[in-house]
Structure formats: structure tokens, C-alpha cells
Ligand binder design. Structure first.
Ligand code: 13P
Length: 246
């Protein structure tokens, strides 16, 4: 039986004061039986770590460099994330693919760099509305995942996958549980061909997950939790989603 995982992706939101309130709220509302984590902006990792001391909630980053170290101004290495105790790093989020032109191979290299330092990459895949309407969902998500499979080879079983249809992110338009389950099943099938660990791997759904739709999404056989954007910024909403996963 796979354990459910709920990850909050704060994106570029918050400040020291609002983060402290949010984390205090989570402390009050937890613990949950699901695994829970928050992926916060780089500058706030240390304070998040301190605020979460002794709690069940884990933390991570929203990106990492594909490089080990060196003259890469503005980049943050996975060794640095590991140094700060990060459990996770999101890689290949559609916002980075779209706004920073990150391609499939770069995303795969970032996942490899994270794993090399014991940071679990949460690898995001997902199609745009145009791609879905053209009937290309399967081709697109499989291509995105294939790059990671080929790059990580025998380590592929160590990652977390997140299916985030681009058209559902921040739009209030959630994939139906059936639509999401269908893609998750495809992804699991692809993982089965690559690793014996496929049945234990967590595949998260992301895209307008809210307290009122979380339970039904999480009931689907191949949906192992969620990657939560907007609703992770409100302690009560995020806590309700974590409860729905329990
Ligand atoms: P929303 O939950 O705000 O739609 O964002 C989803 C997401 O991009 C999580 O990574």
C-alpha cells in the first residue's frame, strides 16, 4: 500500500511574517496520517526548517541546479539543499518549463543532481490545453517522463512524479478524477516498464486541488496525493487537503 503524500508549493509567495503564521497554523492543525511537505522559496528554507523542528511536516525547494557547483550565478545546487536538510526539490514545474524554457533533458539532469545528494526530486509533467485538445496528452507526458527514465536509469524508482495539467494550474479548472486517473495509470504503466518499484512510487496530482475536490481525487487508484499551489497558502485549506489524504 502506497502512503499518500501532500506537498504544498508556495511558488513565489509569502514573507517572513506570513510564513511564520502559515507554519504555526499547520502546527496547530496537524498531524496527519498522510506524509506532508512544503516546498518554499529558497530564502525561507532555513526559517521553515526551524519552524518545523520536531514536526511531521517535511520541507523542500521548488527547483535546483543541474550543476554540481561552480560559476553559475543565481543557481542553487542540490548539495546546498541537502545541507539545509531539504527532503524534496520540485523539478520541471510547468512554470519553469514555460517561463525559463526548461526542456526535458535539463529537467532530467536536475532530477539526477537532486538524487545524487539524497534530495527526492518531485518531477512534474503535464500537457497544455492546446496539446490536450489536439489529443496529444499521452505523447507529451510520456515524452517528459521518458527523459527522466533514460537519465536516471536504475534510480528512477527513487523519484516522486507529479502530473500537473497546465490548463488546471491556478485556473480553478480541475481535471476530473477520471481524467487525472487515466493519465496517472499511463504514467504508472510507463514506470512499470522501467523499474520493479513502480507500484511503490508516488504519483501526485496537481492543478486546482482544493478542500472540496481533494478526497475524490485521492480516492483514485493511481493518485497518491497532491501537489498544491494556491490552497497551500491557507493553513486551514492545506490542512483540510492533508486530512482528505489520510
Ligand atoms: P494550483 O493548486 O494553484 O492550481 O497550483 C498547482 C501547482 O502548480 C502546484 O505545483
Amino acid at each position: 500500500m502506497r502512503k499518500k503524500l501532500v506537498v504544498g508549493n508556495w511558488k513565489m509567495h509569502g514573507n517572513r511574517a506570513s510564513n511564520a503564521l502559515l507554519l504555526a497554523g499547520l502546527k496547530e492543525l496537524g498531524p496527519w496520517s498522510a506524509q506532508v511537505a512544503v516546498c518554499v522559496p529558497f530564502p525561507y528554507i532555513t526559517e521553515t526548517a526551524l519552524a518545523l523542528t520536531g514536526q511531521q511536516v517535511q520541507y523542500g525547494a521548488q527547483d535546483c541546479s543541474a550543476h554540481e557547483q561552480g560559476a553559475y550565478t543565481g543557481e542553487v545546487s542540490s548539495a546546498m539543499l541537502a545541507d539545509l536538510g531539504c527532503r524534496y526539490a520540485i523539478v520541471g514545474h510547468s512554470e519553469r518549463r514555460a517561463y525559463h524554457r526548461e526542456g526535458d533533458q535539463l529537467v532530467a539532469d536536475k532530477a539526477k543532481a537532486a538524487l545524487a545528494h539524497g534530495v527526492t526530486p518531485i518531477v512534474c509533467v503535464g500537457e497544455t490545453l492546446e496539446e490536450r485538445e489536439a489529443g496529444r496528452t499521452e505523447e507529451v507526458v510520456k515524452r517528459q517522463l521518458a527523459a527522466v527514465v533514460h537519465t536516471l536509469t536504475h534510480c528512477i524508482g527513487e523519484i516522486v512524479v507529479a502530473y500537473e495539467p497546465v490548463w488546471a494550474i491556478g485556473t480553478g479548472r480541475t481535471a476530473t478524477p477520471e481524467q487525472a486517473q487515466a493519465v496517472h495509470a499511463l504514467l504508472r504503466q510507463q514506470l512499470r516498464a522501467a523499474t520493479q518499484k513502480a507500484e511503490q512510487m508516488q504519483i501526485l496530482y496537481g492543478g486546482s486541488v482544493k478542500p472540496d475536490n481533494a478526497a475524490e481525487l485521492f480516492r483514485q487508484p493511481d493518485i497518491d496525493g497532491g501537489l498544491i499551489g494556491g490552497a497551500s497558502l491557507k493553513a486551514a485549506d492545506f490542512a483540510a487537503i492533508c486530512r482528505a489524504a489520510g
